[in-house]
Design a protein around this ligand. Structure first.
Ligand SMILES: Nc1ncnc2c1ncn2[C@@H]1O[C@H](COP(=O)(O)OP(=O)(O)OP(=O)(O)O)[C@@H](O)[C@H]1O
Length: 254
């Protein structure tokens, strides 16, 4: 059997406050999958994504990426891991007063010394790479615009370009369309799908919206109160299944 790209084994996460974020999660993700994680607010979706790139440490269990345990990585190993994993967020996390070019180049800082990146001494190759990444997300014409001049959907596409600068194997997207209207939502989701299909990047997306999950996922994983309650390939998913994840709550269709 092919080794999973991400292997989450018996992972639990308890925050310092005592709140349980994740409870004994077992999940394996293969290279090239497009996985959507659904669940109510507070179900643990963000916590799950953030344990994969070590923004959060786990309390128990292990996470293997390409067969190697990452939970004790420090320093150089951790930087190398983070280069492999791009992440985008609900609020885009761009430096609003900086240009699109500067924001995208900052995705490359994992490859530079701190001094060079602070001074903005990026190579000619990386400047070209930024142009290519912006072309990929159809934003090349905005390279010299300030980030805060862009619409939400455009900002998210710039954030995707920034993540692409890392040459990631994995893209984590935490509610990437929660602040977008339906049209720009489609542009961003289509972009993520294209990265997955064209560049072979494994994508894990947290979403509230069940219809969107159904439309884009190869596989749907459901969390409820920190526990994995659902994991099926899209061919087997039925609308009624979501009742187990949302446990009677009204489905949140953004
Ligand atoms: N930094 C933190 N410190 C303490 N508790 C936290 C922290 N982050 C999340 N939690 C708690 O952990 C639980 C899971 O939260 P998480 O953000 O992972 O859920 P979620 O499914 O992503 O929700 P949402 O859709 O609202 O983002 C919640 O009870 C939340 O309050």
């Amino acid at each position: 059997m092919e080794e999973p790209l991400i292997d989450i084994r018996n992972v639990s996460k308890v925050y310092d406050s005592g709140t349980v974020g994740l409870k004994n999660i077992n999940l394996t993700i293969k290279k090239g999958e497009f996985v959507v994680v659904v669940g109510l607010s507070g179900a643990g979706k963000s916590t799950l994504l953030r344990t994969i790139n070590r923004m959060h440490d786990v309390t128990d269990g292990d996470i293997l990426i390409e067969g190697k345990s990452i939970i004790h990585y420090k320093g150089k190993e951790l930087r190398k891991l983070r280069r492999k994993i791009g992440m985008i967020f609900q609020n885009f996390n761009l430096v609003k007063r900086s240009s699109v070019q500067r924001n995208v180049l900052s995705g490359r800082v994992g490859y530079y010394s701190t001094l060079k990146s602070v001074l903005g001494l990026f190579s000619k190759e990386d400047k070209q790479k930024a142009v290519d990444a912006l072309k990929q997300v159809k934003m090349a014409d905005k390279i010299y615009s300030r980030a805060d001049e862009l619409s939400g959907g455009q900002q998210q596409r710039v954030a995707i370009a920034r993540a692409l600068m890392q040459d990631p194997k994995i893209m984590l997207a935490d509610e990437p369309i929660a602040s977008l209207d339906p049209l720009t939502t489609k542009a961003v989701m289509d972009e993520l799908k294209e990265l997955n299909r064209k560049l072979g990047i494994t994508v894990i997306v947290n979403l509230h919206s069940v219809p969107l999950a159904m439309q884009y996922a190869d596989r749907i994983v459901g969390l409820r109160a920190g526990q994995l309650v659902y994991d099926k390939p899209i061919e087997e998913v039925q609308e009624a299944d979501f009742d187990s994840i949302y446990e009677g709550a009204a489905k949140q269709n953004e």
